[in-house]
Write a protein that binds this ligand. Sequence first.
Ligand code: PHE
Length: 437
Amino acid sequence: MAAAGSAVGLGNIWKFPYVTGENGGGAFLLIYLACILALGVPLIMAELAVGRGARRSPVGAFRALAGGAWPLVGMLGIFTGFIILSFYIVVAGWTLAYVVFTASGQLTSTDPQALGQAFGGFISGSYLPLGCAALFMVATAGVVIGGISNGIERVSKLLMPLLFALLIVLVFRVITLPGAAQGLNFYLLPDWSRVSADTFTAAIGQAFFSLSLGMGALLTYGSYLNEQQHLPRSSLSVAGLDTGIAILAGFMILPAVFAFGFNPESGPKLAFITLPAVFASMPAGVIFGVIFFLLLTVAALTSAVSLLEVVVTYLIDEWYLTRRRATIVAALVCFAVGIPSALSQGASDVFVINGVPFLDWMVKLTDFLLPLGGMLTALCVGWIIGPRAVALARGDRNGFPLATAWLWMLRLAVPAGIFWILKNDLLALAVWLIALL
Ligand code: PHE
């Protein structure tokens, strides 16, 4: 449940629809699903097995089970977690603000221009977006200081089915809007002429981001699992739940984009300009809207907690900080790193590089770092930990019929697939590293 809480978040409802929109719809959806099944599921199992086997945070786990330079994979994960959390709190802050904006009745319009201006006006400010991000960071840190199984898990167990139910209601509203059919075609009919190397990078990045994969979050949660837990089943259910919610979110947003005349290539603002139009077009829309943005904030909170938890357990295990001190240090540094993202949406040109806002650069960087972490994890688990990993994945008494196939996927198919998709970026990184030396 905690792993599902980590996986389901802004990635499903904010990021997935806009990335699908930017990448031409249906064909992207298929490539995304292939990434989840072929690369995601085996790697979820690998992270959970390593975490449960080592009972340590990522760096310690790789040291204990693989040794050599492999703890660096854990370090990479912690760095990636920092980068993600730094922009995650900014977007979660937007969500929080939209609870209030919706409640106050400011957003009751279906006009793309008006909604675009409302959102643009808000995020191009300085104090309000920063304040919301700070508030969200404080909430995340509060939960992490309280300890992982305290409260939040129970809260999210209660609220996430509600989010699911609300999504279904909204999907029904949206697909019955006049003009929704065009959006459904866009979403479901693959247009292969839109596919390029970038489509694959976006799809794999989105898959890993949405599954919380490739940075040690699932590894950390694996370290709390007992030996009885059936890992293949857990992995499949996390992937299934997460992907199901993302697909529903696509059905909620993309047809609405076309029905109301928004641009599917609007980027990170897509959900924030489209959803208010959906709420405005339904009875009791304000109430639906407030509940929706509140639930989304809770979903974002459980994801942010898992991000911060990785950094904090590292500081506790390796630097012997107390939980409290580790959390405060990590939260402060992370917030500082998030400031450029928060101010890159119109508040200051300093944070727009080559015409691309800093926040978007952070997202791009994540789309590369997570699969890279996943590729190294697959190689380490497949070749270095090897058959021992199968024993760890089995646990106490569980059958695992496809164990050998799983191991060979981690050895060959998963790293090769990721390498093929990332090859241009990896080449650029290699050139850069050589130049640096
Ligand atoms: N999976 C989370 C989401 O979809 C984001 C996340 C990524 C959380 C990586 C933890 C680790 O919102």
